[in-house]
Design a protein around this ligand. Structure first.
Ligand code: PMP
Length: 282
């Protein structure tokens, strides 16, 4: 919306200036987070902040604020924009320096954060989505939420061109995750998803869904599926900050189950919704 943090200055977005030699711009040398806001409440904020610092730390980028200060900055941004339901985008880069691949001696990090109004995709929750399979051509540190997103951009574009909502990525025969989501299959009531290693991003929504499953007595097994196994699951769904828990009813030409969102997916959606409602305190 109208405000943006550029380092420690909260300003109007049209006043913000980013240097052409910012390493985020030239190398994608930075990390980011997207945090959902429900009726003015930041959802799972602590988890997002922890992952933001972890991603930065893995790249030896120093975020120049304490976690508490950053939390307050994001909160103040949501207040300044009077954001009701939408999300916060924040990123930190290694900063501005004359272009050289190796780390500069002097640069200090560039932090930016702004908000965006976005509705919850309720139709998608109800009806489910169609997806395509796409080769996972990304690097081998997908656990870092880095600004380098070309593998995801190309995958999502393939989905978009096929009139699909998401691309499901696979390395050779192994399903990893979605282009911007985690992917799960359900067989005989048991949920399968790729283990949280270097090949996927450990989603915050994934963590919430694990908690929901535990509370509902639903077993989740962190075991990678082959493409063939995924296509023959009873149910398939995906999760992310924006998509929450969304059913997948078709992958390429294969209809999943009976082409309707399944029972386990529904249970997890309801449990997730309860967590959203619990988070709304103001
Ligand atoms: N995997 C990838 C590659 C993603 O980009 C995202 C979206 N950030 C996710 C998984 C889901 O993460 P989260 O639930 O934290 O939004």
């Amino acid at each position: 919306m109208t405000h943006i943090w550029v380092n420690d200055q909260l300003m109007n977005r049209n006043e913000a200036k980013i240097d052409a030699e910012d390493r985020g711009y030239q190398f994608g040398d930075g990390v980011y987070e997207v945090i959902k806001v429900y009726k003015g409440n930041l959802f799972e904020m602590e988890a997002h902040i922890n992952r933001f610092y972890r991603s930065a730390d893995e790249l030896r980028i120093i975020i120049p604020y304490t976690k508490d200060v950053l939390h307050k900055m994001v909160y103040d941004l949501v207040e300044a924009d009077q954001l009701n339901t939408g999300h916060v985008y924040m990123q930190v880069t290694r900063g501005v320096a004359e272009r050289q691949h190796y780390f500069p001696d002097e640069a200090s990090a560039t932090f930016t954060a702004y908000t965006q109004v976005s509705d919850r995709p309720v139709e998608q929750f109800e009806q489910g989505v169609k997806t395509v399979l796409y080769d996972d051509i990304r690097w081998l540190r997908c656990d870092i939420k880095s600004l380098n997103l070309l593998g995801a951009v190309l995958a999502k574009q393939a989905a978009h061109e096929a009139d699909c909502a998401e691309a499901i990525l696979h390395r050779e025969d192994i399903v990893t995750e979605g282009s911007s989501s985690n992917v799960y299959g359900v067989k005989n009531g048991i949920v399968y998803t790729h283990p949280a290693n270097n090949l996927i991003l450990k989603g915050i929504t994934r963590d919430v869904v694990f908690r929901c499953a535990k509370e509902q007595g639903i077993e989740i097994v962190e075991e990678a599926m082959t493409v063939e196994e995924l296509l023959t699951m009873d149910e398939v769904f995906f999760t992310s900050t924006g998509a929450e828990v969304s059913p997948i009813i078709q992958i390429n030409d294969t209809i999943i189950g009976d082409g309707e969102p399944g029972e386990t997916t529904r249970k997890l959606q309801q449990a997730f919704e309860a967590k959203v409602q619990e988070s709304i305190t103001i």
